[in-house]
Design a protein around this ligand. Structure first.
Ligand code: AMP
Length: 184
């Protein structure tokens, strides 16, 4: 029996200013479904989260959504996922998402997305995992983040190795063979 592979997607609870963000979120959902992977995400039906989930689910992907009780209303938590886990708090949410994933893809997003990215990055930094982390650089969205990490390294506050813990990818086309390889 082949093992179910799961892709955790961190992304904005808003759609952002440009249609390309939602386009890429839908393309990622479609890719996850086409490859037979499971989507692990924050269970909301808003912003890019909603886009990726509707697309994945609509194309037949299995889905695991993880949401804390207090965000069920605000993020329009979906009850029609393959599995819905309702957690007590944000920390538990991130832990459940992470534990149930084989790779992480970060789409454009806000402070919540940054928090989620840095959590898995710092877990990697201290040797807690080796799961691949991809930053989907739609329209160069994450370039300032990469510059910030370079600045942090340049000023002596992190090892250069933190750059190797995540990969910047320009498009879903570039991401798909990398993910496929990582999830073999
Ligand atoms: P945002 O990028 O701010 O739109 O948020 C994206 C997702 O991250 C939303 O589902 C937020 O609820 C979630 N989020 C925000 N802060 C945290 C946190 N500290 N821990 C876990 N999830 C968070």
């Amino acid at each position: 029996m082949t093992q179910l592979r799961s892709v955790c997607v961190f992304c904005g609870s808003r759609p952002g200013m440009r249609p390309e963000y939602a386009d890429e979120a839908r393309a990622l959902g479609a890719l996850i479904a086409a490859e037979g992977w499971r989507l692990v995400y924050g269970a909301g039906d808003v912003g890019l989260m909603g886009e990726v989930a509707r697309s994945a689910q609509g194309a037949g992907a299995r889905t695991l959504g993880v949401i804390p009780t207090h965000l069920l209303a605000r993020e329009q938590g979906r009850r029609d996922l393959t599995t819905l886990v309702i957690t007590e708090d944000m920390h538990e949410r991130k832990k459940v998402m992470f534990m149930n994933s084989d790779a992480i893809v970060v789409l454009p997003g806000g402070a919540g997305t940054l928090d989620e990215f840095f959590e898995v990055l710092t877990w990697r930094q201290i040797g807690l995992h080796r799961k691949p982390i991809y930053l989907l650089n739609t329209r160069g969205y994450w370039e300032p983040l990469v510059q910030l990490m370079d600045h942090v390294i340049g000023e002596g506050f992190a090892e250069i190795s933190i750059r190797s813990y995540s990969s910047l990818v320009d498009s879903i086309e570039t991401l798909s063979p990398l993910l496929r390889d990582a999830l073999k």
